[in-house]
Design a binder for this molecule. Structure first.
Ligand code: ADP
Ligand code: ASP
Ligand code: MG
Length: 426
């Protein structure tokens, strides 16, 4: 008998019917003899709807109140799911993040889990019940304030509980059959991966593949929790995220494929400062202002200065949701920074190619740029790491860019189209 943590995303519990369907799966797992802890997200697009509602009230909702509001979504789904399981004759009890002992720091809206004090959950398991835990939320240690972990945070709750309870596996149930070589909503011919390493999954998640939240992959890698991403709508085996080598009989250790997949991100914006003095300390001053505003940046491009003027342009990308904060801070500091003009552009997209095999294979970037050229897509910014190449394009060309790169690297599946079982893609 083992212990499994199962996480069900919003599209898996979107309505009463879906909740009953998921409850059946959970009851079956429990009846098969395993201890089962379930982490659940808010129903369907509830979180987005609550955010819209808050924005209708005020343009800048206080982050503490926002967290209390958003955690309500998971309270609804957790209690309904517990009722549905009990209805099938299996004991189940639901718990908020606070009740489940999820302790976080005090950064509202993107709190980090510091500890999981799972005593209460263990008692429930010892009594033979299923424990249902509200995802995406916790409580601060000293002030008892309710926090949320950032969008997609239920994935992190699940991995943290799996690590805290020393579970055998953390199953992430969603609306597609696993991790694919690209988002199946954009590339229907994307191929399901049987297995992906933590390192590659980290870069895929950091590059926008929201099938797993970035922090959950970081947490899983650190604690070596194996993740199984799979569909709650089918019985198919999904994708295993692990560093364990394949040990299927007869196969030995297979060489890793060069490319894991293509990820995309529509959530960023670009700021360009025109006419910055090309002297030591300029970049430091600009990014000190951005950092002081609490904004994380992603790519940076700085041109060589025009010889006559000694002035240059600096461009960088950042989460579009931080756009107002960053531009306000930079405008305020314009006199000190000395730039002539600030341009803000949120009609950009980022496409990234990820694969551990890149380290030892030349020509990957050239092939990627060639694919974009053939598709008539202009490249606005480029950044690379050892296992990733990322490119910024116009937002309305992003889907075409993803498809062009996906097929240029031969990632298309030969066995038909990927199934998207639910969700609005929001
Ligand atoms: P959940 O509500 O279950 O947490 P999410 O919407 O957060 O689901 O994540 C699942 C979605 O992630 C899929 O429906 C798919 O559109 C998207 N996605 C993006 N990139 C990938 C990828 N490489 N493989 C699978 N799904 C992906
Ligand atoms: N409900 C939260 C969100 O939509 C958390 C999650 O689904 O993982 O981001
Ligand atoms: Mg998610």
């Amino acid at each position: 008998m083992g212990l499994i943590v199962q996480k069900y995303g919003g599209s898996s519990v979107a309505d009463a019917q879906s909740i009953k369907r998921v409850a059946k799966r959970i009851a079956e797992a429990r009846r098969a003899g395993d201890d089962v802890v379930v982490v659940v997200s808010a129903m369907g697009d509830t979180t987005d709807e609550l955010i819209d509602l808050a924005n209708d009230i005020t343009p800048l909702p206080p982050s503490r109140e926002m967290d209390i509001l958003l955690t309500a979504g998971e309270r609804i789904s957790m209690s309904l799911l517990a009722m549905a399981i009990a209805n099938l004759g299996v004991d189940a009890q639901s718990f908020t993040g606070q009740q489940a002992g999820v302790i976080t720091d005090d950064v509202h809206g993107r709190a980090r889990i510091l500890d999981v004090k799972a005593t209460r959950i263990r008692e429930v398991l010892d009594a033979g019940s299923v424990a249902i835990v509200a995802g995406f939320q916790g409580v601060t240690e000293h002030t008892n304030d309710v926090t949320t972990l950032g969008r997609g945070g239920s994935d992190t709750t699940a991995v943290a509980l799996a690590a805290g309870l020393d579970a055998d596996v953390c199953e992430i149930y969603t609306d597609v059959d696993g991790v694919f070589t690209a988002d199946p909503r954009i590339v229907p011919t994307a191929r399901k991966l049987d297995r992906i390493t933590y390192e590659e999954m980290l870069d895929m998640a950091a590059s926008g593949a929201k099938v797993l939240m970035l922090r959950c992959v970081e947490y899983a890698r650190r604690t070596q929790v194996p993740i199984h991403v799979r569909s709650s709508f089918s019985g198919h085996t999904g994708t295993l995220v692990t560093d364990e080598p394949l040990d299927r009989e007869g196969e030995g250790q297979m060489e890793q494929p060069i490319i894991a997949g293509v990820a995309h991100d529509r959530s960023e914006a670009k700021i360009t400062l025109i006419g910055v003095a090309d002297v030591p300390g300029s970049a430091a001053r600009v990014f000190e202002v951005v950092a002081a505003a609490g904004v994380n940046i992603d790519m940076i491009v700085q041109n060589v200065s025009a010889a006559q003027t000694g002035l240059t342009d600096i461009s960088f990308t950042l989460p579009a949701e931080d756009g107002k904060k960053a531009t306000a801070a930079l405008r305020e500091a314009q006199e000190t920074l000395g730039h002539a003009e600030l341009q803000y552009d949120d009609a950009i997209g980022k496409v990234s190619l990820v694969g551990a095999g890149m380290k030892s294979h030349p020509g990957i970037s050239a092939k990627l740029f060639g694919a974009l050229r053939d598709a008539g897509i202009n490249i606005e910014m480029i950044s690379t790491s050892e296992i990733r190449v990322s490119v910024v394009t116009r937002a309305d060309q992003l889907d075409d860019a993803v498809r062009a790169i996906h097929s240029a690297f031969g990632l298309d599946s030969a066995d038909g189209e990927a199934v998207v079982y639910g969700g609005s893609g929001r």
